[in-house]
Design a protein around this ligand. Structure first.
Ligand SMILES: Cc1cc2nc3c(=O)[nH]c(=O)nc-3n(C[C@H](O)[C@H](O)[C@H](O)COP(=O)(O)O)c2cc1C
Length: 325
């Protein structure tokens, strides 16, 4: 039964679609480990996004357990200051009667996709925003909406962050390793066409990634996408350690699934949190959040995803222990 939870877990979003997780299945429990070999050493040196990505996978597994009619019992294995591999153990708890909400969230696990295109100029209803705030709070995180003035300030920061990041050859090299051209058989990485750089042919990808001026072009595109997004939010926690990152990842996926269930899509603007000085500037925009972890824009998608990000097979991420079911 817990194998179904793994199938749900791997549909989670992850930084650069690195899918940095491993699962060990026992008769009555499922262990989640971070896969260090899938770290982004330049972009995510602290492994914050890696552990958040694993948090997203854990949340999906919990949703699956609840939709199968059990309580989700989680033990997290993180200790302050540790640099952990083993992150959490999930067990089937007491049987429970499933609710329509359980099934809606389970459907959203399969439907959710990052959509980096422009959103329709349609406001997000206040009830939907409240549901997103509540979903984050239930997982111990805070979600704060940016007002128009702060949205403009964010758009400028994102543009500057893009220029700085793309000016760094080490960044471009690492990003290029996780962008995949059309026709690739890879089961990880981001389809190049979804990153809005234009053509997705392999040679265009390689040429684009050699150009330091890509940041300027991309920054300008992102700036107008932010300005045109009906909802821009910051998600964060009260502390900044592996346990908070894992909690924040679960909160992120809770928010994304609620958004999906309401017909909304999200795109990430995390470049502003990947450069240390910039994180402090985001913090100044949202004084209620001690540690911002995620910046998202949300809205009603104008177009569906054309090239869905692939996933690795379960056999590549799952070890079934001899007594496993
Ligand atoms: C912690 C985290 C950080 C992310 N940061 C970014 C980002 O800065 N920019 C971006 O375009 N996508 C970002 N993503 C989205 C991933 O690229 C996306 O989840 C992955 O490619 C899989 O695609 P999917 O979400 O459509 O399933 C992030 C996802 C996670 C979980």
């Amino acid at each position: 039964m817990l194998k179904n939870a793994v199938a749900a877990a791997v549909m989670a979003p992850s930084s650069h679609n690195t899918q940095p997780w491993r699962f060990r299945l026992h008769d009555e429990s499922l262990e989640l480990d971070a896969d260090r070999s899938r770290s982004l050493k330049v972009i995510d040196a602290e492994r914050r996004q890696q552990i958040q990505s694993c948090g997203c996978a854990l949340y999906n597994a919990r949703v699956a357990v609840r939709a199968m009619g059990f309580t989700d019992e989680v033990t997290t294995m993180l200790v302050d200051g540790d640099s952990p591999e083993h992150l959490a153990t999930l067990r089937l708890g007491a049987p429970r009667i499933t609710t329509p909400e359980d099934h809606t969230l389970m459907q959203a696990v399969a439907l959710r996709r990052t959509n980096r295109r422009a959103f329709l100029p349609r406001p997000v209803p206040p009830a939907d925003i409240e549901a997103l705030v509540a979903a984050a709070a239930a997982e111990g995180a805070a979600l704060v909406r940016l007002d128009p003035e702060h949205k403009r300030a964010l758009a400028e920061l994102v543009e500057q962050a893009d220029e700085l990041q793309f000016g760094d050859p080490a960044f471009r090299q690492e990003l290029a390793r996780w962008l995949i051209p059309f026709g690739s058989r890879r089961k990880d990485g981001i389809p190049f066409a979804e990153k809005e750089y234009g053509s997705n042919l392999p040679f265009t990808l390689m040429r684009a990634m050699r150009s330091p001026s890509l940041g300027e072009k991309f920054g300008t595109i992102e700036e107008s996408l932010i300005e045109g997004s009906p909802l821009v939010v910051v998600l964060g926690t009260g502390s900044d350690d592996p346990a908070s990152w894992l909690a924040c990842g679960q909160a992120l996926e809770a928010v994304l699934l609620q958004a999906t269930a309401r017909g909304l899509s999200a795109a990430f603007l995390n470049q502003v949190l990947e450069i240390p000085g910039f994180r402090a500037r985001i913090r100044a925009l949202v004084p209620d959040i001690a540690y911002p972890h995620m910046v998202l824009r949300l809205g009603t998608p104008a177009e569906p995803i054309h090239h869905p990000a692939p996933r690795r097979d379960l056999s590549e991420v799952l070890i079934e222990s001899p007594e496993g079911s």
